[in-house]
Design a protein around this ligand. Sequence first.
Ligand SMILES: NC(=O)c1ccc[n+]([C@@H]2O[C@H](COP(=O)([O-])OP(=O)(O)OC[C@H]3O[C@@H](n4cnc5c(N)ncnc54)[C@H](O)[C@@H]3O)[C@@H](O)[C@H]2O)c1
Ligand SMILES: O=C(O)C(=O)C[C@@H](O)[C@H](O)[C@H](O)COP(=O)(O)O
Ligand SMILES: [Zn+2]
Length: 370
Amino acid sequence: MSIAARTVQVSPGGRPASGYDILLEPGSSAALPRFLTERLPDCRAAVVVTDEHLQTVATPMADALRGVGVTAKVHVVAAGERSKSLESMHGIFEALLDLKADRRACLVAVGGGVVGDLTGYAAASYMRGIALVQVPTSLLAMVDSSVGGKTGVNLPRGKNLVGAFHQPAGVLIDPDVLATLPDREYHGGLAEVVKYGVISDAEFFAWLEKHAEAILAREAGVLVPLIARCCELKAAVVAADEFETTGVRATLNYGHTFAHAFENLAGYGVLSHGEAVSVGMTCAARLAVARGMIEQAVFDRQTALLQRFQLPIELPAAVDASADAVLAAMRSDKKNVAGALRLVLPVRLGEVRIFADVPEEQVAAALVAS
Ligand SMILES: NC(=O)c1ccc[n+]([C@@H]2O[C@H](COP(=O)([O-])OP(=O)(O)OC[C@H]3O[C@@H](n4cnc5c(N)ncnc54)[C@H](O)[C@@H]3O)[C@@H](O)[C@H]2O)c1
Ligand SMILES: O=C(O)C(=O)C[C@@H](O)[C@H](O)[C@H](O)COP(=O)(O)O
Ligand SMILES: [Zn+2]
């Protein structure tokens, strides 16, 4: 397994011309002015979007941009999933208009997946599309949301129901910023990390099991290779199926049909995305065992690793989610065709497939341990 890479190249849809680099190194956020000068030389105005927890990271970045002649300001949204809204997007448009930003302007997303998805969709929409630079600061954003171009916001009726594919011009990952990430958010990011092992890389899954203690301690020696491997795995999927048309990219949605329903029913507060994905992957694996698709041992290994990473494997009591309510929410999933659920389920450790023939009673039965 090659886990030494520090720069990961992404070629969406296999088109090198629209490719970009993920720069993974301590201090990489300081590279923003150079990055803009080299990659977006016409950019004269930039809005750096962040939330209140990352202002000390975002503010020096805007200052540094001003140092190379770019008119820059920081725009702060409230931390948390509820900011992934059309209303928050409107605030970003106002900030761009205040700077008299034209089509050569760019948006810089400094934060977790919420800031990244929101800012990305604003970049895809403002004047029909301006450049975006992703500076992910949560583990989840480093290993997943900053890469691959999925952007969007939530609607009251469901997660990510509006959005666009809009690839960043580049991704700057500074693993040192993880030092301030709260434990709960760090663990949430590990859910998406476990996902990569289950969907596409059994060897990486075993590596996670072996290094679980060092990973929990956030040791740099394991963190950098861990992030790099996830980025490589995601880049390969995005190269094969940028717009989720062939089914390859849908594998990244393992556990998510359940998870998005849980997040919506929980009102986007009680449960983080990563926690919801952890419970969702547990339900999906339980369903696969019930259908005779995987051995119980695979379910047990996934469960043990999720629990080792201090992630939930069942919904907290505070989430009032009857099977009927969960199924109703799952029917809004974007993967569904003609109202029929399409679920990503494991067929062995390291491989998942999409199933469109799962009876809803089986899905309901998989929601809780028997
Ligand atoms: N676009 C994609 O491909 C994709 C992939 C996975 C998840 N997502 C989306 O990402 C979102 C979840 O992202 P998230 O888990 O990063 O949540 P988040 O963006 O809400 O961040 C979690 C919390 O951590 C704080 N934080 C982030 N970095 C920090 C740091 N270095 N120090 C201190 N605090 C820090 C944030 O302020 C926030 O309070 C969800 O909306 C999910 O749907 C998108
Ligand atoms: O990049 C992808 O493709 C993913 O599905 C990654 C997921 O981890 C992520 O949560 C994504 O936002 C889900 O997208 P959606 O299309 O199911 O809304
Ligand atoms: Zn996800």
